[in-house]
Design a protein around this ligand. Structure first.
Ligand code: ATP
Ligand code: MG
Length: 148
């Protein structure tokens, strides 16, 4: 069974969209096996997005995910499990750029560009491969927090 990590990002939290997003995610038919509210600190954010460390948007990305841009430090982290979990959640999440994402996707429905920066307010994170999912889930969850 494949696992994937979803983060409901601060832009969605500040707009009180968590319930809508979780409802949308039920469409995947995947099983939720872990969920928690996390006050995300810079260290965890940098580890989570370490592959992007050298990118020009890295600082903005860290400001976004740690809630500095939205004055909202909490994110919801969810682990889903099921067949093709990574692909199913990525498809429902939609394209990275919120203005390019289909309106049938979570990012297309709820995302936008941040008004004062080039930050993508793209609502959720979704693991991009089973290997990334495994690494990210270990970062965000202890074994005992995952339901078997
Ligand atoms: P995520 O990892 O958050 O699920 P993703 O896998 O669709 O998003 P990545 O390429 O991993 O896209 O980028 C990670 C995050 O970095 C994006 O969600 C977005 O917030 C930001 N980002 C990516 N590309 C750009 C860009 N060209 N300009 C500004 N921000 C970007
Ligand atoms: Mg990614």
């Amino acid at each position: 069974m494949e696992k994937t990590l979803v983060l409901i990002k601060p832009d969605a939290m500040v707009k009180e969209l968590a319930g809508h997003i979780i409802t949308d995610l039920y469409k995947t038919g995947l099983r939720m096996i872990g969920l928690k509210l996390v006050n995300i600190q810079r260290e965890l954010a940098e580890q989570h997005y370490s592959e992007h460390r050298e990118k020009p948007f890295f600082e903005e990305l860290i400001k976004h995910i740690t809630g500095e841009l939205h004055n909202q430090e909490n994110v919801i982290a969810i682990v889903y499990e099921g067949e093709d979990a990574v692909k199913k959640v990525r498809e429902l999440a939609g394209k990275t750029h919120p203005e390019e994402a289909s309106t049938k996707t979570i990012r297309g429905k709820y995302g936008r560009m941040h008004s004062k920066t080039n930050c993508f307010e793209n609502v959720i994170h979704a693991s991009d491969s089973p290997e990334s999912a495994e690494r990210e889930i270990k970062l965000w969850f202890e074994d005992k927090e995952i339901i078997d």
